[in-house]
Design a protein around this ligand. Structure first.
Ligand code: AMP
Length: 210
């Protein structure tokens, strides 16, 4: 089984949803830089204050901030723990830094068409407390506006609004897409179609990991 997994794919491709399911099923730790940064911003920490402007506009947070954050997280993982990286690395520099610290076994790339990404992001609703995500049509919460898991009030992330989504996709193409080739060259890339039901996609995700 692959124990160190990087999830690649554009915003809205399902990295959070699939990564969470995988971590539940295998007992792996999921490290999401987006969740960490949003929490830091909510708590008004120095990192959160620095990151917020970049996030709200759909830009990437500077490499040095993210790399330091992840170095600490990776260093604190227990021996032999399985780990899923969601939203990291997003640049070649970040991938180099990660590769210096830990051996990546699998880069799993979720491939989704642009129209579908825009639909998913603009209709996505997120939980500020436990980070669960829902979709108004495909995966609605049982009670409208309320998180099924923890009961908190769901919100529409500022950067999931239509104006910002286009910029995030542009940033993805320029900075993050080169990682597909990066991991392909290292012989650990697997691409799967990230469209269909959550469970169908998850069945394919599991096949690549087990
Ligand atoms: P996500 O929740 O993964 O979509 O991330 C939300 C936002 O957090 C991104 O649009 C970036 O502004 C920032 N962010 C998350 N991960 C990274 C990263 N690895 N490098 C730079 N910025 C990041």
């Amino acid at each position: 089984m692959k124990r160190t997994i990087v999830l690649l794919g554009p915003p809205g491709s399902g990295k959070g949803t699939q990564g969470e399911k995988l971590s539940q099923e295998l007992g792996f730790v999921r490290l999401s830089t987006g969740d960490m940064l949003r929490e830091a911003a909510r708590n008004g920490t120095p990192l959160g204050i620095k990151a917020k402007g970049y996030m709200d506009s759909g830009a990437l947070v500077p490499n040095e901030l993210i790399i330091n954050l992840m170095k600490e997280k990776v260093a604190s993982l227990g021996e032999g723990v399985g780990v899923i990286f969601d939203g990291f690395p997003r640049t070649v520099e970040q991938a180099d830094a990660l590769g210096e610290q830990i051996k990546v076994d699998l880069a799993l790339n979720l491939d989704v068409d642009d129209d579908e990404l825009i639909n998913r992001l603009t209709k996505r609703r997120s939980c500020p407390k436990c980070n669960s995500v829902f979709h108004l049509e495909y995966n609605p919460p049982a009670k409208p506006g309320i998180c099924d898991k923890c009961g908190a009030e769901l919100y529409h992330r500022d950067d999931d609004k239509e104006e910002t989504v286009a910029n995030r996709l542009k940033v993805y193409r320029k900075n993050t897409m080169p990682l597909i080739e990066y991991y392909e060259k290292r012989g650990i890339l697997q691409t799967i179609k990230g469209e269909g039901s959550i469970d169908e996609i998850f069945a394919n995700v599991k096949k690549t990991v087990l």
